[in-house]
Ligand binder design. Structure first.
Ligand code: ADP
Length: 165
């Protein structure tokens, strides 16, 4: 049986933290679906299309024989319903600090009531990437700080372009 995993997020923009979790997730599944949430309420800096494009660019580097395949898809519905649509067996989430725990704990508990067959798996990034958050990367970029350690050169370019306008 082909194991399908779903890694959902806003990815506004994709960071080294996300890429770290994606690399680890690929070891656990045969097919990884990256769900890019519309997340209107979060008022993302990047358009959905841009967030998808950036994610596709980054994931293209990870493709190779014997590796899990990656598909990047947008979604705008209940996470559990999207997970069912794509035939996911597990949902992958990253845990940064204690601060993520409360929210993730609640979400997992409620999601489990919606579908008991889909497990949520939590992964931690390498210490170098653990504190990276899209929100902080945007703030640093907005005020002209160096974001080189937190995102890839392509994403860095796009961020600088956004804040130039
Ligand atoms: P959301 O809008 O759901 O918070 P994000 O794009 O911010 O989406 O994050 C997607 C997932 O990646 C979440 O599970 C988040 O906890 C995780 N994540 C983000 N940054 C990191 C990081 N530096 N280390 C580990 N997990 C991370």
């Amino acid at each position: 049986m082909k194991r399908v995993g779903l890694y959902p997020g806003t990815f506004d923009p994709v960071t080294m933290g996300h890429m770290d979790i994606i690399g680890r997730s690929m070891k656990l599944v045969d097919e990884l679906v990256i769900g890019v949430a519309v997340s209107e309420a979060k008022r993302p800096l990047f358009l959905l299309e841009e967030r998808i494009e950036m994610m596709q660019e980054e994931c293209a580097q990870l493709a190779g024989p014997g590796r899990a395949s990656i598909t990047v898809l947008p979604f705008d519905k209940l996470l559990m319903h999207f997970a069912e649509d794509v035939g996911a067996h597990i949902i992958l989430r990253g845990l940064r600090a204690v601060s993520d725990f409360e929210y993730e704990f609640q979400m997992t508990a409620m999601n489990e009531q919606l579908n008991r067959d889909i497990e949520t798996v939590f992964l931690m990034a390498d210490v170098r990437h653990q504190a990276v958050a899209s929100r902080l990367v945007k703030e640093i970029a907005r005020f002209g700080g160096d974001i080189t350690p937190f995102v890839t050169p392509t994403v860095k370019e796009r961020l600088l372009e956004k804040y130039k306008k």
